[in-house]
Design a binder for this molecule. Structure first.
Ligand SMILES: NC(=O)c1ccc[n+]([C@@H]2O[C@H](COP(=O)([O-])OP(=O)(O)OC[C@H]3O[C@@H](n4cnc5c(N)ncnc54)[C@H](O)[C@@H]3O)[C@@H](O)[C@H]2O)c1
Length: 249
């Protein structure tokens, strides 16, 4: 499905990003994994290579625009191009709005929104000049709802990703760069450990899960693969929830 394509996944060392990198490699892409934690990116790349895929893992802080430029240039040089970007790196500081330090607010917005923009345009500069590509941003159901407990910085940043996705899709559509987003509900990863280890929060999550089953990272990766692949050649500017029914209410 993605033979002869190069895909770059930010935050690819673990969780949803690692699942995306693995599935994109299984679909035939050469995959670059960038992560703040270089060791996890390299370990996941090694695992992909050992299963017969082509992968390159490296450390990169996606909030550092100069580091992003250098890392993307290295991927393009070493893997021979860039046709797919998965903007996955993200984080949360779950503190009530009246309590959150502005520095923490800024860190969340910097990683979840500004870095998504800077990675998208770094990739697009290459894609626009080389026949197009597909960008998939990992938003969240929290970008489409107010959430179920206080987390305003996260909700605001992911809401920004939703509308950034639409704006970039329109800006680049005529030149063959598609931009879409996936909006997961709660997925068990390191990011949500604190949510799932708190019985009250876990119960609240399940009360907002009509299907009664939450997605695994691989379920999110499946949606990413669809949007990244030629099967979605006429799809741009959409936000695809993988939400077990959360948004249907
Ligand atoms: N887990 C969920 O319930 C859930 C739900 C909706 C959306 N999401 C989104 O999915 C994405 C992945 O989440 P996850 O649950 O796999 O989280 P995770 O914490 O397990 O993984 C995030 C990865 O991003 C990396 N990272 C963090 N800061 C970075 C930086 N500055 N530069 C490069 N890499 C960095 C981390 O090292 C880690 O490997 C995030 O954007 C998150 O907001 C997650």
């Amino acid at each position: 499905m993605l033979k002869n394509r190069v895909a770059l996944v930010t935050g690819g060392g673990r969780g949803i990003g690692a699942a995306c990198a693995t599935l994109l490699a299984q679909a035939g892409a050469s995959v670059a994994l960038l992560d703040l934690d270089a060791a996890s990116a390299e370990a996941r790349a090694t695992a992909i290579r050992e299963s017969g895929g082509r992968a390159l893992g490296m450390g990169c802080d996606v909030t550092d625009a100069a580091a992003v430029e250098r890392a993307f240039a290295r991927v393009i040089a070493e893997l021979g191009g860039l046709q797919v970007l998965v903007n996955n790196a993200g984080s949360a500081v779950r503190v009530p709005a009246t309590e959150i330090a502005l520095d923490d607010w800024r860190k969340v917005v910097e990683l979840n929104l500004t870095a998504v923009f800077s990675c998208a345009r770094t990739a697009a500069r290459h894609m626009l000049a080389h026949g197009g590509g597909a960008i998939v941003n990992i938003a969240s159901i929290m970008g489409l709802s107010g959430g179920i407990y206080p987390n305003a910085s996260y909700q605001a940043s992911k809401g920004g990703v939703v509308n950034l996705t639409r704006a970039l899709a329109l800006e680049w559509a005529a030149q063959g760069v598609r931009v879409n987003a996936v909006a997961p509900t709660f997925v068990r990863t390191a990011l949500t450990e604190a949510v799932f280890s708190d019985p009250e929060r876990r119960a609240a999550v399940m009360a907002h899960t009509p299907l009664g089953v939450l997605p695994e990272p691989e379920d999110i990766a499946a949606a990413v693969l669809y949007l990244a692949s030629p099967a979605a050649r006429c799809v741009t500017g959409i936000v695809l929830p993988v939400d077990s029914g959360y948004l249907a209410r």
